[in-house]
Design a protein around this ligand. Sequence first.
Ligand code: SIN
Length: 530
Amino acid sequence: MKSYDVVIIGSGIAALAAANKVAPFKKVAILSKYGPFLSNSMLAQGGVAVVVSKEDDVSEHIMDTLRAGDGHCDKQAAEFLVKRGPNTLRKLIEKGMEFDCDAASLKLGREGAHSHRRIIHAGGDATGRKLTGFMMQQVTEEAEWIEHYSAIELVIKDGRCSGVKIMNSAGKTEIIWAEHIVLSTGGCGNLFESTSNAASANGEGLSLAYYAGAELADLEFVQFHPTALAGDHPSSILISEAVRGEGARLITETGKGIMENHPLGDLAPRDIVAREVYRRIQQGEKVYLAINYVKEFTNEFPTITQLCKGEGFDLNTGKIPVKPAAHFHMGGIKVQQTGQTSVEGLYAIGEAACTGAHGANRLASNSLLEGLVYGEAAGEFLRRQPSLQNRHIDKGDHASGTKRAKSAMTLQELKKMMMECAGIERTTQKMKWGMEKLENEFPVLTDKDIYAYHPEVLAFLHQVTAAYLIIKSACERKESRGAHYCLDYPDKKGEWDGVRIVQKLDKNLDWRNKKHEQDESKKDGRALFA
Ligand code: SIN
């Protein structure tokens, strides 16, 4: 039996930042399903938003963050994020992380809704890869890596999270015990058909936390990035907002700018630009990013250049066809500044967490910053906690479920459905349709029996749960705000100011129970997993 002081599930920037702080002092394991090279952090093209210039000020970065968050940010959380930014950056540079420079100072890029140039990059548009690589070097020797295992269940003993059941690709399961478990499982973009996210970002962490009894907040706020490469590609390719920061413009097929009516033009907040691109495409138009306005595009954006060429796009045409793609989840597992969730011993950081800092719509390049700042804060907190007490370690009755099943809905169908009912423009009718569909397709699954299934089936069930909870929150918010846009309630409403939709498993009232009881008689015939 393995036991640790801290087990971190996930290996993106937040996980590494936390591990860096705690691993020199405690027995730490990093559980990484796909290995350290597959995460949203690795893919991040945009940089880190941080105040370093004399012309800039943290108060203005805070103001930009709050404005983009559309009146829904937790102000303290946003202030904590922005104020810790410069120091976090300074320490990284002192340790040897190299960011791009102009002459003697850091090169500062611009992105949507920022009032100043304040985005720092590494390797042009390869910031995530460079930063992840750098942080991995710092942490590798101090923490134990458990790769190619996925977390399938959090073990709760006496109300405390005490371990995690893990499974390898052959379906073999085991439990690892820990005093503290940190979910750093990333976002949920892969629940949508069009996404910029890594395959690992599929909302499973939300469901793990939900079934462990933790509170989830703001799930309705899913950010769509306006400019992913359009067309059918096996992989999702983002065209960074930094490209517009350097002058690129969104245009129609005839070359007319589509953001001309907004005071911030092509650098308007991301939700507004994404909706404009979406509407045009819905009306049958094509939208392009005109890159001929950018000086030395291929030098400035080597990763994008390579990715587009790899897909056979000729950049000499001066324009790239684009479409919106699910990009970032502002909602997540509700946490305090230390990463603590509402369940003792369970923590969440990075995109899986909801600190409240981003409100209803995240400001560009505040996410790597959040991973660094909040990951470190959790690591610092964990470092101060007592070491392993072995209080829960037992052989216990943790046998895995055995039910095997044939799926009536594929992941691809789920993703298509999410796009339709919880995408850029939502309607009450579609959201209700989506919820009912899942309730009908999954009648046998309650919190009590989800773990009766064979571990190999569980990952998809966790994705279904995350999808359902997102639609449910979206359906409950009877207004439009930030990234949540509902055609039935197109305006922001004062009565929803400061209202956060929080979801928590009620063992007696799980979302599937009602349907479960109704469908008991036909459960074998109609169940998704029969
Ligand atoms: C981008 O490069 O456009 C994405 C950056 C971000 O999501 O903050």
